[in-house]
Every structure is written in structure tokens, then in C-alpha cells.
Design a protein around this ligand. Structure first.
Ligand SMILES: NC(=O)c1ccc[n+]([C@@H]2O[C@H](COP(=O)([O-])OP(=O)(O)OC[C@H]3O[C@@H](n4cnc5c(N)ncnc54)[C@H](O)[C@@H]3O)[C@@H](O)[C@H]2O)c1
Length: 253
């Protein structure tokens, strides 16, 4: 397992699911973790879980749809721990499950603000800090299999997640010589509150979703977290601009 000792990692949406598992995994690997979320109780619970296990973490409220809250989160990390080495732009929403023509302007605007704007604003704030550090930094953006394939009933979600890959590749190119690596991860259905919400609204979907995955099961948040750590690992210093598909073989065929 890679060591992230002396590194500071900021994880958005770390109060639940993939974000919480990623925060816990970084802390277990020696990083100091800045946990952010809109759900303060859940975010603080993640901090307690890290501290109870002997790790170091702090919480800051950050609604990723608001650029100034990213700036405040990065400033808080730097004021508290003097640096920011890793930015994980994970926070996201599933949106409304609806046919293309039934998606509203409001569905679209909300999705773009959170799932695409949230990543862009986060990257801007993080990269501004990383440029001031000779060691640079690492960023992983959480996209989705819906970022590489279309998603019937989820047009705004799929569009936002495709956009996340555009931001990832562009920033990777612009900052390749600045020691800042930018990658994305594309999970298939993974056990979390988001997928549970979807299954609750359309229970008949669960088996259909499972059948789409060659391994015949959903991912676990801990499995996605380990892949995110791998993308940030010092041993992986030549990897930038990539979208790693964590999908049980879904996009192999
Ligand atoms: N679970 C899956 O099947 C799956 C698959 C592919 C991609 N993803 C992506 O993984 C990421 C994490 O999702 P998850 O499955 O762990 O879901 P989750 O619902 O368990 O966690 C999402 C977290 O983001 C937070 N959040 C929501 N809106 C926010 C906002 N505006 N600002 C800050 N935080 C906000 C929530 O409070 C929650 O803690 C999302 O970007 C999601 O699109 C999930």
C-alpha cells in the first residue's frame, strides 16, 4: 500500500459513500484529510471515524456548486496544515431519473451546477494552491461510466460526467509541466446512498443494472477508494489525463 504520510488531501462529498471510503483510505495510508460536504453531520461523522482510528482530519462545510466555498475550503486546509497535496472532487448528485424529453431546465441547471460546476470550481481553487508548491499536487475527479457511455433516463447526469472528463484531460495538459497530475475515475453502479435512492424509486431496476455488469455485482465504495489512491500514488507519477474505468468489465465489451 502506498504511503501518503505528510500529505494533505481534500475530499468533497466525504460524508457518505465513495467520498467517505476515500477519506478513510487516505487517512489509513497516513494522509491528513480535509473532509467537506453539505451534510455537516455526516461529514463530521467521517472525521470522527478517522480520528477514532488514530488518523488526522478536519471538517469544513462546502457546497460544491459555489466557487467561493471551494476557495474557503482550500484556504482552510492551507491555514490548518500549510499545504494541499491532493484534491478529490467527488461530491455529486444522481439527479432525476426521467426520459430525455421529460428532463426540465431546472433538472439540467442543478446537475450542471453540482456535478460539473462543482468539479471545475474545485479544480481551480486546488490548482491555484498546488502551483505555489514545488511538489505540485494530484487531483482525481469522480466521473462515472455515464461519462463514457450514454445513460438512458439520465441525460443531464451523463452530460455532466462526460464534461468532467473534458475538464480532467484539459487540466492534465495545461499543468503537465507543473507537476500537477489530473485523472478521473469512472465507477459503474456502486453501493452507496445514491444508488440506493435510485433502487428505491425504481426497484425493478436493480436486477437490470446488475445484469449490465459482467462481474454480476455492484462495486463497493472501498474498491473505488483504492483505485483513487492508486491514481494519486507517488509510484504512479507518469499517469495523467486518464479516465480509469472501475466497472467490473462493463466497458470491456
Ligand atoms: N454510486 C454509484 O453507483 C456511482 C457511480 C458512478 C459515479 N458515482 C459518483 O460518485 C460520487 C459519489 O457518489 P456516491 O455514490 O458516493 O453517493 P452518496 O450519495 O453516498 O455521496 C454523495 C455525497 O455528496 C454530497 N453532496 C451532494 N451534493 C453536494 C453539494 N452540492 N456539495 C457538496 N457535497 C454534496 C452528499 O451529501 C453525500 O455525502 C458522485 O459524484 C457520483 O456521481 C457514483
Amino acid at each position: 500500500m502506498s504511503s501518503f504520510t505528510n500529505q494533505v488531501a481534500l475530499v468533497s462529498g466525504a460524508g457518505s459513500g465513495i467520498g467517505r471510503s476515500t477519506a478513510l483510505a487516505f487517512a489509513q495510508s497516513g494522509a491528513t484529510v480535509m473532509v467537506s460536504d453539505v451534510n455537516d453531520a455526516n461529514g463530521q461523522q467521517t472525521v470522527s471515524m478517522i480520528q477514532d482510528a488514530g488518523g488526522q482530519a478536519s471538517y469544513i462545510h462546502c457546497d460544491v456548486a459555489h466557487p467561493e466555498q471551494h476557495i474557503a475550503a482550500v484556504a482552510y486546509a492551507v491555514a490548518t496544515y500549510s499545504r494541499l497535496d491532493i484534491g478529490i472532487n467527488n461530491a455529486g448528485i444522481g439527479g432525476r431519473f426521467a426520459r430525455f424529453l421529460d428532463q426540465t431546465i431546472r433538472d439540467w441547471d442543478t446537475m450542471m451546477a453540482v456535478n460539473l460546476g462543482g468539479v471545475f470550481y474545485g479544480m481551480q481553487a486546488q490548482i491555484r494552491q498546488m502551483l505555489q508548491q514545488p511538489e505540485g499536487g494530484k487531483i482525481v475527479n469522480v466521473s462515472s461510466i455515464a461519462g463514457v457511455k450514454g445513460m438512458p433516463m439520465g441525460a443531464p447526469y451523463s452530460a455532466a460526467k462526460h464534461g468532467v472528463l473534458g475538464l480532467t484531460k484539459t487540466a492534465a495538459l495545461e499543468f503537465a509541466k507543473k507537476n500537477i497530475r489530473v485523472n478521473a475515475i469512472c465507477p459503474v453502479y456502486t453501493h452507496s446512498a445514491m444508488v440506493q435512492d435510485l433502487v428505491n424509486t425504481a426497484p425493478e431496476m436493480e436486477e437490470r443494472m446488475r445484469r449490465l455488469i459482467p462481474m454480476g455485482r455492484f462495486g463497493q465504495p472501498e474498491e473505488i477508494a483504492q483505485a483513487i489512491l492508486w491514481l494519486c500514488a507517488p509510484e504512479n507519477a507518469f499517469c495523467t489525463g486518464q479516465a480509469l474505468q472501475m466497472d467490473g468489465g462493463t466497458t470491456a465489451g
